[in-house]
Design a protein around this ligand. Structure first.
Ligand SMILES: O=S(=O)(O)CCCN1CCN(CCO[C@@H]2O[C@H](CO)[C@@H](O)[C@H](O)[C@H]2O)CC1
Length: 490
């Protein structure tokens, strides 16, 4: 018991698994090759190149469509238990609908899955990681309830085609980023920016689509394939800037319900449905805007029941913590908007730096988020399906190693001190890749990718060696070579 309690010797529990993650549009390239159709990120980066910080795009990215064997070699070198990647809907179903199946798409993913199996690496596959076929966006995308059927059909095809090789599925990566950033703002493709309205149309459709895919798997495929299916929800964790302020403590809870509870409450609570504070705030705000109907209505009894319990695990993506400074309308909030509906002012002035403005280094926020999830969602089994750090591409990435070390240490704390059931950890990301609107200007990889070389060579950073040792020993590496020599430290 003693060795468990002293942090220096804590091991990750037996059965705890380690992996790394990527996503199709960020690594594959081959954007218009062998039958793949255009997706919303192809369209945005080609039609509005100024929307991408460095003018890059996903046309080639890491060229993993052609170089996936190099990726598998790196995964084998790291010694990961699993590899999380996503399927490109537009590569498999070019029209988005279940009419034309692209055989090359099926072939590509079967080749990748076979290479992973040969190297004893478990696939953890995300069905949707933001790269919607443009043909479906032309029909309204996630604001169109017909997407419930289109997504279910897409999931059905994937379960049927790949379900003997894939035993762990994730339906959606980060519903908040899909609905608020892409339909309530223009931070993500398709940049519809229907602020305060489109975001909620999207969440209605997305949660229903998720539930239908879950029930399909649970009833039709799980009995035969015996796999697991879940959803990955992202949390920017909100904390009061003054923990003594009762108002800020209350507003932080509201913000966490709007950010994480928006999608977690309908699935992981016994009541189900959107968090009541969300429904109430948007109703009050809508009335103040003179609307006859609220912009966000609670699901009816059928859908509350249909969506509840539709995930075998709670998948959490977490990078950072922001602070609540008080009540009111955030100066950057559009009107109407999700942010204005919260009624709180936030700041990012907290913790350590990264290369991403939104990513502040606040390890203790991770522990607070995990304890909050334990108490808010009936002590669910949890996988961390993303966690990572951005810099500008240095090979001696001491900042990334320190981030991993401190955030992993918080996982050990909540496992041993609070009994949080964290079952696995996924580092974002295997290699530098297309970081959405930041392009390649912000880099998250364990491997460096030289995008000026057509061969897209990968080179291990120091953090790759750190992660390799973590996977081998299942405890936090102690070797001083991983930590910045003190004379560097400012
Ligand atoms: O306001 S801006 O538009 O100027 C910048 C906002 C950028 N967002 C912030 C939130 N982040 C959530 C985590 O996003 C995840 O983490 C990784 C790193 O971002 C991504 O590469 C993964 O694809 C994604 O799953 C996604 C990127």
């Amino acid at each position: 018991a003693l060795c468990h309690s002293s942090i220096a010797f804590r091991k990750f529990p037996e059965g705890f698994t380690f992996g790394v993650a990527t996503a199709a549009h960020q690594i594959e390239g081959a954007w218009n090759v062998s039958g793949k159709s255009e997706n919303v990120w192809d369209r945005l980066s080609h039609s509005r190149p100024e929307m991408i910080a460095d003018g890059t795009n996903g046309d080639i990215a890491c060229d993993s469509y052609n170089r996936y064997m190099e990726d598998v070699e790196e995964l084998t070198y790291l010694g990961v238990d699993f590899y999380r990647f996503s399927l490109s809907w537009a590569r498999i179903l070019p029209t988005g609908r279940l009419d034309v199946v692209n055989p090359d798409g099926i072939r590509y993913y079967n080749d990748l899955l076979d290479a992973l199996a040969e190297n004893n690496i478990e696939p953890l596959v995300t069905l949707f990681h933001w790269d919607l076929p443009q043909a479906l966006q032309d029909l309204g995308g996630w604001a169109n309830p017909k997407m419930i059927h289109y997504f279910r059909d897409y999931a059905d095809l994937c379960f049927k085609e790949f379900g003997t090789k894939i035993k762990s599925w994730i339906t959606f990566n980060e519903p908040y980023e899909i609905c608020e950033d892409a339909y309530g703002d223009e931070k993500k493709a398709p940049a519809v920016d229907s602020h305060g309205v489109g975001c909620y149309l999207c969440s209605d459709t997305l949660l229903k689509a998720h539930a239908e895919a879950y029930h399909l798997y649970n009833e039709t495929y799980r009995p035969v394939q015996n796999g697991r299916i879940m959803i990955s929800i992202n949390s920017i964790w909100y904390e009061p800037s003054d923990p003594e302020s009762a108002e800020q403590v209350a507003l932080a809870e509201v913000a966490n319900q709007f950010k994480f509870g928006w999608f977690a409450h309908p699935i992981f609570t016994s009541d189900g449905g959107y968090p009541s504070v969300m429904v109430d705030n948007v109703a009050r705000q809508s009335a103040a805007e003179g609307l006859l109907k609220s912009r966000l209505e609670q699901f009816d009894a059928y859908w509350i029941q249909r969506i509840k319990g539709t995930s075998d695990f709670l998948g959490i993506n977490h990078y950072t913590t922001h602070l609540i400074t008080g009540a009111g309308v955030d100066p950057i909030a559009k009107s109407p908007s999700w942010l204005k509906d919260i009624g709180a002012v936030t700041t990012m002035e907290v913790g350590g730096d990264s290369a991403s403005e939104w990513l502040r280094v606040v390890p203790t926020g991770f522990a607070n988020l995990l304890r909050w999830c334990k108490s808010s969602y009936n002590d669910p089994p949890i996988y961390i399906t993303e966690n990572g750090f951005s810099d500008y591409g240095t090979l001696l990435d001491y900042g990334r190693i320190k981030y991993f070390n401190d955030y992993l240490n918080e996982i050990l704390n909540v496992i041993y001190d609070d009994g949080v059931k964290v079952l696995g950890y996924t580092a974002w990301t295997l290699m530098d890749n297309f970081e959405w609107r930041a392009g390649f200007s912000e880099r998250f990889g364990l491997y460096y990718v030289n995008i000026t070389d057509p061969a897209r060579p990968r080179k291990p950073k120091l953090s790759a060696e750190y992660f390799k040792e973590l996977c081998a020993t299942r405890e936090l590496p102690k070797d001083p070579r991983f930590f910045e020599p003190s004379f560097f430290r400012t």
